[in-house]
Each structure stands twice: as structure tokens, then as C-alpha cells.
Design a binder for this molecule. Structure first.
Ligand SMILES: [Zn+2]
Length: 426
């Protein structure tokens, strides 16, 4: 955890006012007004610092606040624990949650005008030993949805993904670990597909993904307490859509079976899956009990992706790696030499809050199943499937994409080493 990002003086001042007010037993309305002001200031800080999430976590004595910026957890503020109850109460009021139940997990969402932008905030509250903890996730509606060519893909990757989205049938998985941008890629793909000639239905689980902003030709449905993704998919298929996007597959074999069957009958089905790379995705589906024969018939392609931090372009500098760095690099990437290589890093500046990084970029690998790969699956020969897939991916793996970003100065060697956990299970 880093300490570069700190809360503003305004937040400190409001925390103090609320703390003192609570000690003096100020009335309920004044408490709530102060808490609302404090939350608004915290949210303004979050937007200003480009945070995607904030975590409010009580411990024995304090209320600790952390924020996620470019996927990294930073300490934001440590407050008096006495203000925690008032803040939680106000968050629940904002999200119209049950205010009297303190021992139940609760989920909700609300929208706020923060710094002239309408921000949607998803709230999750969970009780722990020292009290309730809250996670708030921010979605800026003023930012346009990204298109595929906004995601920083290499030309080759972009061409392959564009072409496979033009297919009229088959299942395409977008595989990534949690928080690694798979949903963004799906929505970027839907944006590219969004035209009158294609009927698209997007089905979302409200806890898993943020709702796709209204787009003219995409019909949207959300699951609720009474419906599952599988139920929604079966209903959607009766409308004979060309493309269905079904959100995250969470170990639901029935949903995968329905999707793969539909994919053999003239529908392009898109889904996200928690897996670290393309080959591991197939293993994960097999572990879920999906039959290899069905996969061979319905699965068209897997896109695996991962996000890495970009070096801040304002303070980017070059350097030559020392012996220690070369040795560490060789452990992870034994086939690549750092001899005579110039590398890049961020020196730290006000623009990047002295972290050396600003924003993230995706690295990708795309495995399109050809006849040989499909045959290895239909013959239930996973060993051969892995061997053929590795050969097909040679030069185009997540790791190859990552190394390219290191040598072109988009990301740093440190970031590459930090995030290179995806290649262990090829
Ligand atoms: Zn900088």
C-alpha cells in the first residue's frame, strides 16, 4: 500500500467538526448535515484523484479509509471511529437501504452530482468484527463509453477481436481476473456492434456489472431476486437476437451449457469469465463440469486481458537496468535479455501524485479456435489442446504484449513484474 494520495484539508476539517459535534451530542439533523457534507467532500476527492473505489473499514480504534487508484490500494484517511456509525447511516439513507439492520450485508446504489458530473455510486456494506465496512464504487456517466480502438490494443489484437465480433454465431469469452476490465471490453465490443442491422440484447447482473448506458439499438435486461442469468438468457433467446451479452459466468454450468447451445444455433454470445489466461479459461470451464464436446461445438474464441499501469507521460524518464533488475527480470522472462536495453519509469510529479503512473492500459491475448483445437476438445484431449494453443499463441501472449509495453515505454519493468501472475498456468 502506498501513501502518496492523501485526503484534503476540507475533509480533515469536516471529520473534526463531526467528531466534536458527536461528543457534544449535537442534534440528529446537524449530525446528518455534517455527515452528508463530509461524504460529498470525500467523493469530490475521489473524482479529483481518479479513484475507482473507496473502502471504509473500522478497526479496533479508528475508521480507516482507503482508495483504489489505477487498481492500487492507497491509504486515504484515518478518522475517529465514533463518526463511523453516522457515516454508515448516511450512506444507507443515500442508497435507500435498511438503516436499522446492522448485521446484514446490504447492497445499493445512488447517483450524485459531484464536481458538475453525474456520478453513479454502487455501495456494498458488510458487517465485520469491529463494525460495518463499506465499499463504494464510482462510475462517471459523463465519460463516453470506450470503443475497442480506445483500449490501447496492438493492431494485430484489434484486428482479430474486430473480426471475431463480426461472426454470426459462436461463443466468445472475455477472461480476466476481477477488476481487470473485462466488462469494459465487452461494452466496447457492443458499442462497435451497435447498429440497426444487428439485434443485441445485454443481460446484466446488477451486483456484477454497471448498467450499460442507454444505446439506441441495444436492449437491456437485468436479473433480479427472482430471475437468474440463465433464465434471462432463455427468455432473451425467444426474441431471436443476433448477439447476446450475458455478463459474468460465476461457476454456473447450466448458464454455460445454454450459452454454448445457443452459440451453435446462429447467435453470437459474449460472456466474461474469471480466469488468468485463455488456456486457463478452458480448464476453468471443464472444472465447472462443462463437456468438452459441447465446448468444441459452441466455443469460438477466448480473449484474455489484464490491466497494467501506464507510466506518467509528464515525468517519464529513461534508465539502464542494473544487475539486480536484470536477474529478477530473467527469472520471469528467461527468453528475453535486458542487455543494452533502455527502460522507462516515472520519476514522480504533481500530475501523477508522485506515483510515476497515470491511468491503465489493457494487455490482451486472443485464442480463436481452429479445426485442430476444436478436434482436440471433441476428442477430450486437453493435453493436446494446451499444446496446440501454446503454439498458436506463440508471440501473441499476454506476456508478449506486456514486454512490448515495457520496451516502448508505456509501462515499467516494476509494473510488469508486479502484474505478471497470468503466465503460470499456460
Ligand atoms: Zn508524473
Amino acid at each position: 500500500m502506498e501513501n502518496q494520495y492523501q485526503c484534503t484539508k476540507k475533509v480533515h476539517s469536516l471529520v473534526e467538526q463531526l467528531k466534536v459535534g458527536l461528543k457534544k451530542n449535537i442534534n440528529f439533523t446537524v449530525q446528518n448535515t455534517l455527515a452528508t457534507k463530509l461524504l460529498q467532500c470525500i467523493f469530490e476527492d475521489m473524482i479529483q484523484m481518479r479513484a475507482s473505489k473507496i473502502n471504509l473499514q473500522p478497526d479496533n480504534n479508528d475508521l480507516l479509509m482507503y482508495q483504489y487508484i489505477d487498481g492500487i490500494l492507497y491509504k486515504y484517511c484515518t478518522c475517529d471511529k465514533n463518526i463511523a456509525n453516522t457515516l454508515m447511516l448516511n450512506l444507507k439513507l443515500m442508497a435507500k437501504l435498511e438503516t436499522t439492520k446492522k448485521y446484514l450485508p446490504q447492497y445499493g446504489q445512488f447517483s450524485l452530482d459531484i464536481a458538475s458530473c453525474i456520478i453513479d455510486i454502487k455501495l456494498s456494506i458488510l458487517p465485520f468484527k469491529h463494525g460495518e465496512a463499506a465499499i463504494l464504487q464510482f462510475f462517471d456517466n459523463s465519460k463516453n463509453l470506450k470503443k475497442l480502438d480506445d483500449l490501447g490494443m496492438l493492431n494485430n489484437t484489434y484486428a482479430r477481436i474486430s473480426s471475431l465480433l463480426k461472426k454470426t454465431s459462436g461463443m466468445v469469452f472475455i477472461a480476466a481476473s476481477t477488476g481487470q476490465g473485462a466488462t469494459t471490453t465487452v461494452y466496447a465490443g457492443l458499442q462497435d456492434l451497435n447498429q440497426t442491422k444487428v439485434k443485441i440484447i445485454n443481460i446484466a447482473d446488477p451486483h456484477e456489472s454497471h448498467q450499460l448506458p442507454a444505446l439506441p439499438y441495444i436492449e437491456q435486461r437485468q436479473t433480479n431476486l427472482n430471475t437468474s442469468l440463465n433464465h434471462e438468457l432463455c427468455s432473451a433467446l425467444t426474441q431471436k437476437p443476433d448477439v447476446v451479452s450475458i455478463g459474468a459466468i460465476q461457476g454456473d454450468k447450466e448458464l454455460v451449457d445454454t450459452s454454448l447451445n445457443a452459440a451453435t444455433r446462429g447467435h453470437l454470445i459474449l460472456a466474461t469469465l474469471h480466469a488468468v489466461n485463455t488456456v486457463a479459461s478452458v480448464s476453468r470451464l471443464v472444472d465447472m463440469g462443462v463437456k468438452l464436446n459441447l465446448l468444441s461445438m459452441g466455443l469460438h474464441a477466448i480473449i484474455a486481458q489484464h490491466l497494467v499501469r501506464k507510466i506518467c507521460t509528464v515525468c517519464r524518464t529513461t534508465y539502464q537496468p542494473n544487475q539486480q533488475e536484470k536477474a529478477r527480470f530473467n527469472l520471469l522472462f528467461p527468453s528475453i535479455s535486458l542487455e543494452n536495453k533502455i527502460l522507462y519509469k516515472g520519476a514522480g510529479c504533481a500530475h501523477c501524485h508522485h506515483t510515476g503512473y497515470y491511468d491503465r492500459i489493457g494487455i490482451f491475448e486472443v485464442l480463436i479456435l481452429d479445426k485442430a483445437l476444436k478436434k482436440s476438445l471433441s476428442n477430450c484431449n486437453m493435453a493436446l489442446f494446451k499444446e496446440l494453443a501454446q503454439k498458436k499463441l506463440l508471440g501473441y501472449t499476454l506476456q508478449d504484449n506486456l514486454i512490448h509495453l515495457v520496451f516502448t515505454g508505456t509501462t515499467s519493468l516494476f509494473e510488469a513484474q508486479r502484474s505478471c501472475y497470468f503466465n503460470y498456468s499456460y
